[in-house]
Design a protein around this ligand. Structure first.
Ligand code: CU
Length: 325
């Protein structure tokens, strides 16, 4: 019995669709999805991969089939029949990619909108451009001393964080990127740290500024990457969904120690976050009392900065380099 070509085409089509759908859902190419945004972005990635796998298999399959079936036989020096023009086929291979591209565009635009791409700064508008232009030199003038913790801030902060817990308001953290470290300031408490701690399930908003050159905030497990620019605030928002520690990497070549500009995001339970915040407040108070007790004039730059950098993950050689300049 000879199976007709239409049946073959149908069978191959079904198999290709199933293989593409299966691989699109089971590719395992991405790290853990630790934020709600990551789930949306992974959905888009998997959809695009599914389509791509289908196209890849069709194109490569036809190519290999044609190369074998229509190969040159021994003693055959004739050319194939000249074929020109096939209007239905041409319409089909224009229409199918057009539909795919439009579909992906609409889907990706929707994902971009859902993760806040259209409502946050740092997208297209330039709210701080004028400020930056009216103050020439701000980009290079800013230093570590830009964000000191005052004694009053440290005192007033103690015991206030539990009032904010469980609200719908996002947790706001100010981020300063500088060669070659990340500094996180919690405006509610005045706490400044070198690694970002956030409670699970609560929306977090980062207001980011660079002190010197362009850096980029990148957490692969959150699928988020945002440039951090001198003289212009950029923002990023996310909601975490998995407890853990995730690497934070600078994704913009920012100088010779760019590769060391790494920190981490610690996603923890609300209780763990609160007790961490408490311990930070106690520690920063002690540091301040120590700093107040000694005369800063008598210290070298390294010694003066030591209490601040102690917990920030700044490598001593980088500190050395920074303070020498
Ligand atoms: Cu950097």
């Amino acid at each position: 019995m000879k199976i007709p070509n239409t049946i073959w085409t149908l069978l191959i089509g079904i198999v290709l669709t199933l293989v593409s759908l299966w691989y699109g859902q089971n590719h395992g190419l991405l790290p853990t999805a630790a934020s709600d945004e990551a789930v949306l972005i992974d959905g888009l990635f998997s959809a695009m991969l599914t389509v791509s796998i289908g196209i890849f298999l069709i194109v490569e399959g036809i190519l290999i089939y044609a190369a074998i079936k229509y190969r040159r036989r021994a003693g055959d020096n004739e050319d194939g029949p000249p074929i020109e023009g096939n209007v239905p086929l041409e319409i089909l291979w224009t229409a199918i990619p057009a539909v795919i591209v439009i579909g992906i565009s609409v889907y990706s635009f929707d994902v971009y909108n859902q993760i806040g791409g259209l409502s946050l700064h740092g997208g297209h508008e330039m709210p701080m451009m004028q400020e930056a232009m009216s103050k020439p030199g701000t980009a290079i003038a800013a230093t570590l001393s830009d964000t000191p913790i005052t004694l009053a801030q440290a005192n007033s902060g103690i015991g206030t964080s539990e009032d904010k817990a469980g609200t719908d308001q996002p947790l706001v953290v100010d981020v300063a990127a500088l060669q070659y470290a990340w500094l996180f300031t919690y405006p509610d408490t005045g706490i400044m740290t070198g690694e970002l701690h956030v409670p699970i399930g609560r929306e977090v908003q980062l207001n980011m500024k660079a002190n010197d050159v362009i850096h980029a905030f990148w957490v692969p497990e959150f699928r988020l990457k945002q440039d951090v620019i001198p003289g212009r605030e950029t923002q990023v928002r996310f909601t975490t969904r998995k407890i853990g520690q995730y690497p934070l990497i600078c994704a913009e070549l920012c100088g010779p120690y760019h590769g060391a500009m790494q920190s981490q995001v610690v996603v923890e339970s609300q209780e763990a976050f609160d007790s961490w915040m408490q311990s930070q407040q106690v520690a920063s108070k002690e540091d301040l009392q120590k700093a107040v007790a000694i005369n800063p004039q008598e210290l070298s730059a390294d010694e003066f900065l030591a209490p601040y950098t102690h917990n920030m993950g700044i490598h001593s050689e980088i500190l050395d380099q920074v303070t020498r300049n």
